[in-house]
Design a binder for this molecule. Structure first.
Ligand code: TNX
Length: 557
């Protein structure tokens, strides 16, 4: 009988703050779920059912009369899983709104948390502990009645039981997410719900959708119907497009919100706009719509601040998006505008923040909005066919770095991806009140190939093996950035080379679990060797649920 804490800890991703093993084992073949509301009870039941547990309806009578707690299969009592609001839950002294305590004894399960998110997190942890028992990672010894020792420890045959344990837990960062490109290839509502479930299973709480780009427009905008009428059909290399209707968008957000996940919509401007300029000729200097585009180059398209149609377009689009969005954030892109001078770019950044904030949302933008140009300013000018900024050197922002005022407003969230540029603009932005979500391409871009031989993905930033996406600290990426300016972490997956759900998932898994742990767990609670064994356990769930993953040789599957 092995009941050491280390063995049990080998089930939970992301690694929890505290996990204390106790005596006893709980048979979980059949459970009842008791929660503060019906939606939570259903979600908790669904999560446990994915671990193989039979969930039977709870009723007052079951508690009152033990004889009626016989489970439907007659093999023993239904264990009670009780979700209960409790401000005292979580690690000692914690005020973290997502904290929870999960307590498993031989008599039942309690998940205590001050808020709904913590209650769900506790159930997610329980699901992984059950999964580990089935997979054989937790050796449940003894002769507990109802636990069949001979059941075996295969994918589905292991005991549906969990050793007694107390988990007290909370996240390191409030923003733990995935950024998903649904433009280069289209992923519809069913795929998106699967992604929401996946993100949630690792206690991530943001799904950022990249909804517009050169190749397509993926969200119905009531005031600008041509965007989806004319520009939603295409994708990369002639693949089929699609878009979310306003109803589908609302339903997706509600599905995510039930799971405590906020959808963050991105409409990417002032670059990555060919789908917009194809739909509305008034956005181009000639007045003629641009052709459709199904290649994978970036950086060539742009809006024009001086055209009379531009600002009304931005106001219409961002006002509609803000109105349709349940969460507090709207992302306006701002990345890789390789054909625009810094002065015009700065005016777009200022305008978009003003529109988004005026519509009641917090603006989010890629790091370029801090005022640093992407890459080499001279190359930018050359691409634009314009004279280089006088005196510009590679890496220049085109402005005097030390004196230039920050472009960002207080509260704007910047998404950091390019690990090359100089930290000065980011420090200035932080001083102006911006916060940062870390998506370093060399670690968190899950469209990067795992290895040079990997058949899918790109390689412009790095090869990103599982260990690379695990072994980094968001707090040390930008030298001098105060910890208080770090909002969190987002993995990102661009889909130029990923035409379907299987290919997408094989890039996400197992690396998404690594990024999730980097976002949730403190550096001292992270451990690569432990993570390796926990991933191998978690993979049993992926196989059972038919989720494709990449069997990297870094794990003993
Ligand atoms: C960069 S980095 C992009 C995307 C591409 C991706 C391909 C950033 C904010 N944008 O437009 O799809 O590279 O890996």
């Amino acid at each position: 009988m092995s009941t050491g804490a280390a063995v049990v800890a080998d089930a939970v991703i992301p690694a929890p703050v505290e996990l204390e093993r106790a005596e006893g084992v709980l048979d979980l073949r059949t459970v009842t779920v008791d929660a503060p509301d019906g939606v939570l009870a259903r979600l908790a039941g669904d999560l446990l059912a994915t671990a193989g547990v039979a969930v039977v309806p709870a009723s007052q009578d079951l508690d009152a009369d033990p004889r009626r707690r016989e489970d439907v299969s007659g093999s023993g009592r239904a264990a009670q899983v009780v979700l209960t609001p409790d401000p005292a839950a979580g690690p000692a002294g914690s005020q973290n709104p997502e904290r929870y305590t999960l307590t498993v004894t031989a008599d039942g399960v309690t998940v205590a948390a001050p808020e709904r998110a913590g209650l769900l997190h506790g159930v997610r942890t329980l699901r992984q502990l059950i999964n580990a028992g089935r997979h054989g990672a937790v050796l449940l010894g003894g002769s507990e009645p109802g636990v069949d020792e001979q059941a075996g420890r295969g994918e589905t045959g292991g005991p549906l039981a969990v050793g007694a344990v107390v988990v007290r837990d909370e996240p390191r960062y409030p923003w733990r997410g995935l950024s998903l490109d649904v433009v280069r290839h289209w992923f519809g509502p069913a795929d998106l719900r699967a992604v929401v479930d996946l993100v949630g299973s690792y206690k991530m709480n943001r799904l950022h959708l990249h909804l517009s780009d050169d190749q397509g427009w993926r969200l119905e905008i009531p005031s600008r119907p041509a965007l989806t009428e004319k520009s939603s059909q295409g994708a990369v290399e002639g693949a089929a497009g699609g878009f979310l209707s306003t109803d589908e968008y609302r339903e997706l957000q509600e599905y995510a919100a039930e799971r405590e996940i906020v959808i963050v919509p991105e409409i990417d401007v002032p670059g990555h706009v060919n789908a917009a300029t194809h739909a509305y000729g008034e956005l181009t200097p000639s007045g003629e719509p641009t052709d459709t585009y199904d290649g994978i180059e970036v950086g060539f398209s742009k809006l024009h601040i001086g055209l009379p149609g531009t600002e009304p377009f931005l106001r219409d689009v961002f006002t509609d998006v803000a109105r349709m969005t349940l969460g507090p954030w709207v992302h306006f892109g701002g990345d890789e505008v390789l054909v625009m001078q810094p002065e015009e770019f700065g005016r777009f950044v200022t305008l978009c923040q003003e529109i988004v904030a005026g519509a009641g949302k917090t603006p989010v933008a890629w790091q370029e909005a801090a005022g640093s140009a992407h890459g080499d300013q001279a190359a930018v000018a050359a691409l634009a066919g314009e004279a280089a900024v006088p005196g510009a050197k590679p890496g220049d922002t085109g402005a005097a770095e030390d004196e230039a005022p920050a472009l960002v407003r207080p509260g704007t969230v910047l998404q950091y991806w390019d690990t090359r540029p100089d930290p000065a603009p980011f420090l200035r932005a932080a001083q102006a009140g911006a916060t940062f979500v870390m998506s370093p391409a060399t670690r968190a871009y899950l469209d990067m190939k795992y290895t040079p031989e990997h058949p899918l993905g790109q390689q412009w930033a790095a090869f990103v093996e599982l260990h690379d996406s695990y072994d980094w600290d968001p707090a040390t990426l930008i030298e001098g950035l105060p910890e208080s300016a770090i909002e969190g972490v987002s993995a990102a997956v661009w889909t130029e080379t990923l035409p379907n759900r299987d290919d997408l998932f094989s890039m996400l898994l197992p690396r998404l679990a690594a990024v999730a742990e980097t976002a949730w767990s403190r550096p001292g609670d992270k451990d690569w060797e432990s993570f390796r064994s926990r991933v191998a356990v978690e993979a049993a769930t992926w196989r059972r649920e038919g989720a494709r993953y990449h069997p990297t040789p870094q794990i003993d599957w």
